[in-house]
Design a protein around this ligand. Sequence first.
Ligand code: NAD
Ligand code: ZN
Length: 383
Amino acid sequence: MEFIFGIPCTVFFGEGKAKNTGEIVGSIGAKKVFCVYDQGVAKVAAGVVNSLKEAGMSVIEFDGVVPNPPDYLVEEAAQKCREAGVDAIVAIGGGSPIDVAKAINVLLTNPSPIHQYDGLNKVTIPTKPLIAIPTTAGTGSEVTTFAIVTDTSRHKKMIIAGQFMGANIAIVDPELTVGMPPAITASTGMDALTHAIEAYVSILRQIPADVNALKAIELISSSIEEATANGSNIAARSNMILGSTMAGFAFTNAVLGLVHGIAHPLSVRCGLPHGVANAILLPYVMEFNASVVPERTVDIGKAMGLKLDGLSQEAAIKKTIDRVFELNKKIKIPTLKEVNVKKEQFEQLADDTLRDTAEGGAGMFNPRPASKEEIIALLEKAF
Ligand SMILES: NC(=O)c1ccc[n+]([C@@H]2O[C@H](COP(=O)([O-])OP(=O)(O)OC[C@H]3O[C@@H](n4cnc5c(N)ncnc54)[C@H](O)[C@@H]3O)[C@@H](O)[C@H]2O)c1
Ligand SMILES: [Zn+2]
């Protein structure tokens, strides 16, 4: 057996933990910090900024992050951050603000442009302390060594990965997710479930990642309907964000697969939110992969709490994938057609998926390689 397993940061987990941000950031000696967020989480960010100021820090704010963040936004924010001369960065939000903060951090100590760091371990100069505070139970970016930034000229999601890319501290507070509307709860939650499932069947699968992935599958699948329908249920919110963080532990080590491989082009070419693209594709890619990872697909069903004992392997796999279809239906995940993807785009999407896979993208780690025709067939099914 051989594997590499690592988590870049210390995790502070608990309801109300974000109120201690000032104290936690102060404990690493920071005096001047750059806060990165988007306007959708301005209220949550205001609480964090207050906590930092009460602890005696001066705070410079950047609230201009947008979903699927583009390269030029990172360059603009990095310029502001360099001018401010800070000694730490605090990210508040979903994956988009956290990834922008990671990319800004790269450009604080390494030269622009950001594109030259696309890939694994391309960042060579150590970055400054980064504190990540997630407000979605989705990406797990607070504990991963990836920053996903859109390359607007090549129409691809760059994956800036590896050394110096992780946050140093993650403050994971379920209370911050209570204000998430049902549709965002649903799609970001399915993103987290996808992380756990893809890590569990990835060609880089390994025991420490497996353990985290299975627990994440259990936590997320048991709570996503309740968190979506009744957002103020703090027990459900807590399960969701613990699940998404644990899925992060898994996939920062075992990486992902073809769901993300196709979802990235869907976001870049068609503007789909990351979680929506993953949720739509997940059950179809599970069907596609099941023949090469049958036992693992059954394990996923068991982790989802399904009673599979006594069933044939084929029946157990079907029941597992049916449950994912059922979850999508219950939490109102749309189809590709409903989010205005056009069939004429399938060829381009398949070409992009294959290009990204060849360049080290998520699809490279899928247990079953996919041809252009097979990718188009998956898109047809998800239409
Ligand atoms: N770095 C990683 O490891 C990693 C992993 C997976 C995905 N990603 C990337 O992360 C991005 C997606 O992040 P995301 O799905 O978390 O969404 P996001 O950060 O793009 O946010 C989506 C929307 O949700 C709103 N929102 C977030 N938290 C809220 C809250 N508590 N209450 C109300 N509104 C809230 C935001 O304002 C925004 O409008 C994509 O670019 C994706 O590629 C990164
Ligand atoms: Zn994802």
